[in-house]
Design a binder for this molecule. Sequence first.
Ligand code: DOR
Ligand code: ZN
Length: 432
Amino acid sequence: MRILIRGARRLDPAAGLDDVVDLLIDEGVVAACAPCGSLGRESADRTVVGQGLWVTPGLLDMHVHLREPGDEEAENIESGCRAAVAGGFATVVAMANTDPVNDTPQMTTWIRARAEEVGLARVLPIAAVTEGMRGERLAPLASLKDAGACAFSDDGRPIERAELMREALCATKTLGVPIVSHAEDVRLAPNGVMNAGRVARRLGVSGIPAEAEVAMVARDIELAAASGGHLHIAHVSTGGAMELIRQAKRSGIDVTAEVTPHHFTLTEEAVAEYGAMAKMRPPLREEEDVEVLRQALADGTVDAIASDHAPHTAQAKGRGLTDAPFGVIGLETTVPLTLALVRAGSISPLRAVELLTTGPARALRRPPPTLAPGAEATLTIIDPERRWRFLAREAASRSQNSPFDGWEMVGRAVAVILSGRPLMLPLGEETS
Ligand code: DOR
Ligand code: ZN
């Protein structure tokens, strides 16, 4: 099928392009990109009215928990991929903390096959760094990579033993994929449920101090520097850790970093308001931290915005702030919350798209997605002005654990086209 998108704003960070064009998709590739008004309707089987819309390379979320196998009540590969597409993501990176853990080539292969079968968003599995994520022995990294693991992570917990982390980082040099660190010194926060600070004291719950993250990021950066390996820091939440990452990048250490929408949108005050729905690891921090994260998103220190989509059942989240599991869903709210940064003047539209496409691709050492003619036609269409209300109960995810439930949003992904195949196109279509 030939699809013509007429008069949309092309945001292609790989090429540095931000302009209004007609874009023709044919045989699964971008066949032409021409000045607005130059491609006629006769060139396509289907013509989409692009006025006011953004067309971007397919968005990539590098931090998602799909929960299959093991907790299919909360999410499975199919519902997670549905949520991904509904949120505008063509590709998601699936974390290894399933049950059983993804620490075998068989499991990595199975996840890829299952995702293929579902046929929605593409799924790139991350495999565990250590066997069973127990932090004792390295998993078979080389064969996991051969089976299709795009990175390694024990996300959900830190790798406590420094010598194992160093060994893993050494391996990244030959394998060419990063170690994704959930950087948290858990001994500094044994029973913490939220940020250690004013709100935790008010609520009478124990806290997770900033230094739990800062200390581990400092250790990991030292190990990356010493080993020459590639370190990616997941979900940075503190200004202190971000400062360390900024300095490390300046001194040429191979470190990349991601930030989640909840960490750049909310502060610890949200826990007082939303309770367990605002409970995640690392926790929401303070106003000054949010400021540093936003600055780092703007100045290039941060490579990617990632959702850390972490579904949990209503029953599990219903156990109250102290006993509920950590995590919030995020696939369907990442685009509007990122666009809120654009409206606030913190980042440009092109930078927003970079943080959701070429940025995470670079952090994963993958080729940058682009809309250049000849490129695979995997793209996202966004209506940046669409006003809507996020209702968790209507979301595509199986779980509803979001602090943003009921929020008025501006901006929404309206279509994902995967290799020329439209996955949702409820758009104005031109008829002759
Ligand atoms: O809040 C979190 N939830 N943080 C993590 O690192 C893991 C995740 C989960 O798997 O639920
Ligand atoms: Zn994590």
